[in-house]
Design a protein around this ligand. Sequence first.
Ligand code: SAH
Length: 236
Amino acid sequence: MTVLARKIRLIMKLRKSGITDTAVLAAIERVPREVFIPPMFHDQAYEDTALPIGRGQTISQPLVVASMTQELRVNDRHKVLEIGTGSGYQAAILAKLCRRVYSIERHRPLLETAEKRLTDLRVRNTTCKAADGMKGWIEQAPFDRIIVTAAASAEPPQPLLDQLSVGGILIIPMGRDKSSQFIYRITRQEEDYHCEQLMPVRFVPLLPHVARDAPEPVQDEQADPFLLSAPFAFQG
Ligand code: SAH
């Protein structure tokens, strides 16, 4: 099957699974996912599955990227903060839909690779840094939208709530273990925050501090067979 045929099959699957936002579908169609994954997995670039990207981390499943992006309700006037740059794929998708993306990653080597990919693809409206994203990006706050692509255990980090504009939306996976994680949409209102539980997901954990530049944890990548094989399906 050609790359184009695989891509069309994926887009059809996303539509069937509840992705109706044509701007989101167009962004997924236009960003080459194979650029964001290691060469050994290139044949799976348009499968609806998460894939290892090194440092024990993963590029999320396309349906999860599409759903979270759709639920973020982003437009071209928005300034968006992403926590967990990872491969840079979600940042590249957001860059097609909003004014500017600020993205934070705690693994410096992943961040450097992601930045190079974004430069090579001539994505010009992203700014990335290696830091602890749980603290947000105070110099650039407030943000119209914040998306966290790693799972918090119980509550959203307070700095992220503080750095959201009034009317702004935070999309964050939360849950103590992988079998009980959900995506939440938190909307900042004048006086308080409104929280909605969306779909079940499985994400790597949101961890504090910048990671040490230790050797590649190759074993960890293989630790979760779920992430390598069975794609997680949900009906949106
Ligand atoms: N959005 C990514 C998915 C990456 S997986 C993509 O499109 O490929 C989640 C990422 O969150 C991992 O790279 C992990 O290192 C990062 N992460 C976890 N906790 C973090 C934190 N506190 N600050 C910044 N990045 C974090």
